[in-house]
Ligand binder design. Structure first.
Ligand SMILES: O=C(O)CCC(=O)C(=O)O
Length: 316
């Protein structure tokens, strides 16, 4: 297909000001129907720049993912790990801040991903503890998690099984989205991947580079491109990502970018029950069991038992 036609097909996500939204409208229209939306004017007083984060997180330790730049030059089908399956190391926040300041984090694509703020001074940030209720979201199924990294970092195309909210707190991010109907047009890693790699590699990630797709290898992706959405998320904005929606998140600009996300129970329950994306995740976890149990068995008999078991549990 003509590339300009594909560009024309890119859809934008609706932006709505919180002042013109009620929790009933959010739930009845966006959540019940599983429609993504950017809500503005809901989270106001935060600018989580690096100095502020150092002040609040200082010597506390977090798990940093060492993605490495090499992987993006590879055919994704050669990947052996992704998401929380990648090599991760515990690091003090001030040390990570230094890696950001001296560009090391950018050079080696080191990302503080999905780090809970529960036991930090940031935990009681008013607008973050109240925004879910204000939108009418019920039952958080995760903590508030930090996502901090260098400009240029890409969280590869994947979906989640909970309803997600991504809150931008410093810098901007570009998010590409595809609806759940495009599941097979974005070529997820097959479920049997988990038999070979446990939870290191994940069947809820796509094998395609959506910004530079190899259409000879992945011809059905052309159809997915007709359903592509794109949005830039700026500080203070909240993106609602319904369960099953594919999303790829790129940190923009030249400096550190920071967001917080939280997952919520899918409502109404029928949206979860009738979601094949969700069931294939459960199947994936089931297929990962033999590999995971074997890894735990091997870890038990190794000298650095505790560290190995901790690493396996971190992947769950
Ligand atoms: O911000 C990121 O890098 C990824 C966030 C994400 O995948 C999510 O909120 O579901």
């Amino acid at each position: 297909m003509d590339e300009s036609k594909l560009d024309d097909a890119v859809k934008t996500i609706e932006r709505i000001s919180f002042s013109s939204l009620t929790s009933k409208k959010f739930v009845d229209y966006y959540q019940k129907n599983g429609i993504p939306v950017v809500v503005t004017g809901l989270v106001q007083e935060c600018d989580w720049n690096l100095d502020y984060l150092c002040q609040k997180l200082g010597e506390q330790e977090f798990l940093a993912r060492f993605y490495g730049r090499e992987r993006y030059n590879q055919d994704k089908r050669k990947w052996k790990s992704i998401g929380s399956g990648v090599e991760a190391k515990t690091i003090r926040f001030t040390d990570y801040a230094n890696l950001l300041r001296n560009q090391e984090a950018q050079k080696n694509d080191i990302y503080l991903a999905k780090c809970s703020i529960k036991n930090t001074l940031l935990a009681n940030t008013k607008s973050l503890t109240s925004f879910g209720e204000q939108l009418g979201l019920k039952k958080p199924i995760s903590d508030l998690n930090l996502w901090i990294g260098p400009a240029g970092h890409v969280e590869s195309l994947h979906y989640d099984t909970g309803d997600g909210t991504l809150i931008q707190l410093h810098g901007s991010k570009k998010i590409l989205l595809f609806p759940p109907s495009q599941l097979y047009n974005v070529y997820p890693f097959p479920i049997y991947t988990h038999l070979l790699y446990g939870l290191k590699l994940r069947s809820w990630f796509s094998q395609v580079y959506p910004e530079n797709p190899d259409l000879k290898t992945f011809p059905k992706f052309e159809e997915a491109l007709l359903h592509k959405y794109e949005v830039i998320l700026n500080p203070g904005e909240v993106l609602y990502i319904p369960a099953g929606w594919w999303h790829e998140v790129t940190a923009l600009g030249t400096e550190m970018v920071c967001s917080v996300n939280r997952f919520w129970r899918v409502y109404p329950t029928s949206r979860a029950v009738f979601s094949w994306s969700r069931w294939r995740n459960y199947l994936g976890f089931f297929c990962a069991l033999p590999y995971t149990l074997l890894s735990i068995g091997i870890a038990i008999f190794s000298s650095d038992r505790q560290q190995k078991i901790r690493k396996i549990l971190q992947m769950l």
